[in-house]
Design a protein around this ligand. Structure first.
Ligand code: AMP
Length: 223
């Protein structure tokens, strides 16, 4: 809590801007849970739940899952006890409709201190970063063949540093899907960013300056 207020952090930015990495730092620093709609949806797909089945078709194409499905899962998630003192939202809200829904949730009250942080990154850099990303389907760790190279490699296969599982390229990190995700991002991000700006809670950070610098800037904003 900050001054008895719930700390709500919203991470915005294109896929691959480093939201996940920065999220890890923020949740440690402020002891708030990480609510990543992408992770929740991927979990639902792996478990084969009805939500997962509905979401899968959209996700493999790089399209957004329908707003009502996403808002329902977020509303359920914030009811858990660990969100009492605040939460970090990563990948949600994703468009203006979701942003409106977000501000209307019972969870967001006058007693919430909201900070929206936009980590900005040019498209070419997004494509380079995401196509080099490798994902552990077991422990969900993320590696990158450019700057976070997994230690173990046999032939062309990489293995997870944490649990030893074989790393994969997520379906939504395949080049064609990345291009589609960027198209979707550009068509929805403008109004979303504008929305947070009008609410006077937006901070913009340049994502190309490197992970450490971005972390420092974010901590400066939040403390
Ligand atoms: P992410 O891991 O946040 O990049 O999300 C991966 C995919 O999950 C996206 O390309 C969407 O298909 C879906 N997704 C995640 N969050 C949302 C959201 N807030 N609204 C709609 N779809 C989402």
């Amino acid at each position: 809590m900050i001054d008895n207020k719930k700390r709500i952090v919203v991470l915005l930015g294109p896929p691959g801007a480093g939201k996940g990495t920065q999220a890890e730092l923020i949740i440690k620093e402020f002891s708030i849970p990480h609510i990543s709609t992408g992770n929740i949806l991927r979990g639902a797909i792996q478990e084969g739940t009805s939500l997962g089945k509905k979401a899968n078709a959209y996700m493999t194409k790089g399209e957004l899952v329908p707003d009502e499905l996403v808002i329902k899962l977020v509303e359920e998630r914030v009811q858990r006890n660990d969100c009492r003192e605040g939460a970090l939202f990563d990948g949600f809200p994703r468009n203006k409709t979701q942003a409106e829904m977000f501000f209307r949730m019972d969870y967001i009250t006058e007693n919430s201190k909201i900070s929206a942080i936009l980590i900005d990154l040019p498209d070419e850099e997004v494509i380079k970063r995401l196509s080099n990303r490798r994902y552990c389907p077991n422990c969900k760790s993320i590696f990158n063949l450019i700057h976070k190279i997994p230690k173990k490699k046999i032939n062309d296969t990489y293995y997870c540093d944490n649990c030893g599982s074989e790393l994969i390229i997520r379906d939504d990190d395949k080049v064609q899907t990345i291009k589609n995700r960027l198209k979707v991002y550009h068509s929805t991000a403008g109004p979303l960013i504008e929305y947070f700006k009008k609410k006077n809670v937006l901070h913009v950070v340049d994502g190309s300056t490197g992970q450490k610098r971005v972390s420092e800037e974010i901590l400066d904003i939040l403390t």
